[in-house]
Ligand binder design. Structure first.
Ligand code: PMP
Length: 339
């Protein structure tokens, strides 16, 4: 019989898929221009790259004794890391409490609750010193007996999971022929772990970060941008500043337009940070196409999550229009009167 013991056994080993039409001819086939391969992380069982770090951080805490049987995982997150932690925690018999600000959508909270996690909602409109603030509530919960806070922004097992798994997978899948690795940066865990592993195998591999215009990684001050999950207004401990050879700044408009192209032309329904990274990879392919560097280039771009979580945003024409962004395509709905 062919089956796994638990969904957790399906974390990682995501496929590489060749990008084609969205590259406007700059992405070739093997041996004719840059080959651009997408590492499709939404095929993880919790739907994102964050399943990897959730599993690794929990295993490490079990080994160190920081997390005891029946313990409670407390993390201030509402996004992909929460889903990964909730999934792993449930399967391993831990409780999970997520602290999130009240601006987080009900849909996101419901996903966490669906896995059996508890969600504590904090008011955004109070000062950080206030006892009900997001920071104070999560610190209070994390200091209770049996509680453990993974803290993805400082936990070394976040980048380590990518050093030990994501990086080796990419090296093996490309038979060591990867020349460029492109990824977005949130905690910086992905770029730091994968980048370090790949450079240890071959120091000539170029590691390229894609970053929303305004974020500190591309020299900004944290100015607001709309792409979610990437870019920061501070430098996390999990980000290794020595690993990126280059950072490509991408506007929200380009990120969202490319996210829509991936769905329409590559059948990849992914989130805005994937569109951002893939836009940077496509730009790189166009830059080096037709040069000696481009001929044998194998560019791997990591796509962190699915577009399902953004149907009311990136995939909503009215939402895009509200911010002045184009869908980049003809209208796709007609009223019954027009039919
Ligand atoms: N994209 C999305 C949607 C994410 O949730 C994250 C994680 N914050 C990233 C990209 C960035 O990954 P990392 O934290 O490893 O830099």
């Amino acid at each position: 019989m062919e089956y796994v013991e638990s969904l957790l056994d399906l974390i990682g080993n995501t496929p590489l898929v060749r990008l084609d039409r969205s590259l406007d001819g700059a992405g070739g086939r093997e041996g004719s221009g840059p080959l651009v391969l997408a590492k499709v992380e939404y095929l993880n069982p919790g739907g994102s790259v964050k399943d990897r770090i959730a599993a690794r951080m929990i295993e490490a805490a079990e080994e160190s004794g920081a997390l005891q049987p029946g313990g409670t995982i407390v993390e201030p997150t509402s996004g992909n890391t929460g889903v990964g932690l909730a999934m792993v925690a449930q399967q391993k018999g831990y409780k999970c409490v997520f602290v999130c600000p009240d601006k987080v959508s009900e849909d996101k909270r419901n996903v966490l609750k669906a896995y059996g996690a508890e969600v504590v909602v904090c008011p955004t409109a109070v000062a950080p010193e206030h006892p009900d603030s997001y920071y104070n509530v999560s610190d209070r919960l994390a200091s209770q007996p049996g509680a453990w806070k993974p803290d993805q922004y400082s936990n070394p097992h976040n980048p380590r999971s990518h050093y030990e798994e994501t990086g080796p997978e990419i090296w093996r899948q490309t038979e060591g022929r990867i020349t460029h690795f492109v990824t977005g940066m949130g905690t910086g865990g992905t770029i730091s772990g994968v980048g370090r592993y790949l450079k240890e195998q071959n120091p000539d591999i170029k590691v390229i970060g894609a970053d929303p215009a305004g974020s500190v990684y591309s020299g900004g001050t944290g100015r607001p941008y709309l792409v979610e999950g990437v870019g920061e207004d501070f430098w996390p401990d999990t980000y290794d500043r020595s690993v990126a050879d280059r950072v490509i700044e991408v506007s929200d408009a380009d990120s969202f337009a490319f996210t829509r192209r991936l769905a329409r032309e590559e059948a990849m329904l992914v989130g805005g940070s994937s569109g951002m990274a893939a836009f940077a990879a496509a730009q790189l392919a166009k830059e080096i196409a037709g040069t000696p560097e481009g001929d044998d280039a194998v560019i791997v771009v990591l796509l962190p999550d699915s577009g399902r979580g953004y149907l009311t945003k990136v995939f909503n024409d009215d939402w895009l229009a509200q911010y002045g962004f184009s869908t980049g395509q003809a209208p796709t709905t007609r009223t019954v009167g027009e039919v």
